[in-house]
Design a protein around this ligand. Structure first.
Ligand code: FAD
Length: 468
């Protein structure tokens, strides 16, 4: 379904209903891509009206973007909008991309000119390609008719090329930029998503200015939560975004404290969105930068994300920590002890080898570190003691009995050489159990907290230490 139709349908059903969307970019590594899908899956559970995936600068991620877009639409099952730029893209490549997504059932494109290729400072039209986003929009409409919903980029402060050294566009450049935006819409775009901004008044004025010149389609504010100070400076520098003085003042004292910056970013994003919503604009677009905490934090503050939407009822209070909200299994004996449960498990993904943790974690160890690395001499002994003809079930009972009596040194289910000394205390009982067919693979005699090498355990306390 086209995104514009989803937005219109939501507004028709309830004019106060707020819809939101998430933007992602193609990660650099294969693991990163896998992790992104997991993250998307979690975020899509919060019911965004659509998600979009960017087109790498200069077409650098073309194949990956196409693949991710396909999986988003068909596996994650979220309405997906793929970005497409003209940089380094002759029309055949543009059509290949459009036909691919059409064949995969996508109906939404964000049509962009793109930035100049790496190393050049001016956009150059590739031979057989397009000069600007408006030409791309025209091409899509001419060749694909009404099939695609087409979104274009809008710039509340004018496109950076129009912004001078003083940090602002001249009124004339600003008006030219607006007129050009209108021509993109007139060419067939049905939605505008804006560049990031941090001065909400500038965005609201931009919307008003667009309406004045006859742009009637929805204008969706692009909200980029501040995740870290340096990234914020880099991004705003690149886009020539105005930073209001109060934001600089708030960030300056906390700039080296990443957690504090993130919290402030969530607070600021929340306040910006509240003001935008109060002006009757009911669509929000979040630049997630492939992270979930800040985007979801803002939506939770706005009351747009309800835990209950993704929750099944649980016998414990669902965590609010976004890193754990998806958790729906706990060991039963910890379930009702939230404090000890949280403190015991908070660092689980940081085990040095991570053998039993999350395999996506960088610390997850290779399988070679455990059962496949047994000393070879031990393997030989195992085969000698256990790979023997077993003709009846009693033969199996007999093997287990011999092991419990200490007459076999190895067992397939333990790494230890023979039994722990204290097991001698109960090996008569173990013998009787195993002969009866209750095969024991683990046991612990009561030794009143003594160590295995304590004389009271190793000694002949029960007269059963005569193993050879
Ligand atoms: P256009 O709309 O073609 O033009 C940009 C500006 O150039 C106009 O605003 C106008 O000032 C001027 N201009 C161009 N043609 C004319 C004309 N005929 N007459 C008058 N003025 C003209 N980049 C990526 O590489 N990949 C992405 O996935 C991506 N996603 C983006 C998503 C959003 C929401 C936004 C806002 C930007 C995104 N960008 C992306 C960045 C974008 O490619 C750059 O900002 C690029 O410099 C301009 O692209 P555009 O589509 O806005 O260009």
């Amino acid at each position: 379904m086209k995104v514009i139709e989803k937005i219109q349908a939501a507004a028709a059903a309830d004019p106060d209903r707020v819809v939101f969307s998430f933007e992602f970019f193609p990660p650099k590594t294969e693991d990163g891509v896998d992790n992104l899908f997991e993250r998307m899956d979690r975020m899509v559970a919060h019911n965004p009206s659509f998600c979009d995936i960017t087109w790498g600068a200069g077409g650098s991620t073309a194949d990956l973007t196409l693949e991710i877009a396909n999986k988003m639409q068909n596996v994650i099952c979220v309405e997906t909008m793929m970005h497409l730029t003209c940089t380094n893209m002759p029309v055949e490549k543009i059509d290949h991309a459009l036909q691919t997504i059409k064949a995969n059932g996508l109906q939404n494109v964000l049509a962009l000119r793109g930035d100049p290729p790496h190393g050049q400072d001016r956009f150059v039209q590739v031979e057989g390609g397009f000069a600007c986003a408006r030409d791309l929009v025209k091409h899509i409409r001419a060749k694909y008719g009404d099939y695609f919903g087409i979104t274009v980029a809008g710039y509340p402060e004018a496109h950076p090329d129009m912004i001078g050294n003083d940090g602002v566009a001249t009124p004339e450049s600003y008006q030219n930029d607006l007129a050009y935006l209108k021509s993109k819409v007139d060419a067939g775009a049905d939605l505008i998503i804006t560049q990031l901004f941090y001065d909400t008044d500038i965005f609201l004025k931009f919307v008003n200015d667009c309406r004045q010149i006859g742009i009637t389609c929805p204008i969706v504010p692009g909200i980029m939560p501040i995740n870290n100070y340096r990234g914020f400076l880099r991004m705003t520098g690149f886009c020539k975004t105005k930073i209001p003085a109060e934001i600089t003042a708030a960030l300056e004292p906390i700039k080296d404290n990443e957690e504090a910056v993130k919290s402030y970013g969530i607070h600021l994003g929340t306040e910006m969105c509240k003001k935008i919503l109060a002006h009757g604009i009911k669509t929000l677009h979040l630049y997630t930068l492939n992270m979930e905490k800040s985007a979801l934090g803002i939506l939770m503050n706005l009351g747009l994300v309800e835990e209950s939407r993704i929750s099944r009822s649980l016998p414990w209070r669902r965590p609010t920590n976004v890193l754990r909200v998806k958790e729906d299994v706990r060991p039963i004996f910890w379930a009702n002890r939230p404090k000890s449960y949280i403190s015991r498990t908070i660092g689980w993904d940081q085990y040095p080898h991570g053998r039993w943790g999350d395999s996506c974690n960088p610390s997850y160890g290779a399988l070679t570190d455990y059962q496949f690395m047994r000393p070879r001499s031990r393997d030989r002994k195992l085969i000698e003691e256990w790979a023997v003809p077993l003709r009846t079930v009693e033969d199996v009972h007999e093997r287990f009995k011999l092991f419990c009596l200490g007459r076999l040194r190895t067992s397939p289910w333990t790494e230890l050489d023979g039994l722990q000394p204290e097991t001698r205390i109960i090996n008569d009982q173990l013998e009787r159990l195993n002969i009866k067919g209750f095969l024991t693979i683990n046991s612990q005699p009561a030794v009143n907290g003594e160590r295995s090498d304590s004389p009271s355990v190793e000694g002949d306390s029960c007269g059963h230490n005569s193993l050879s």
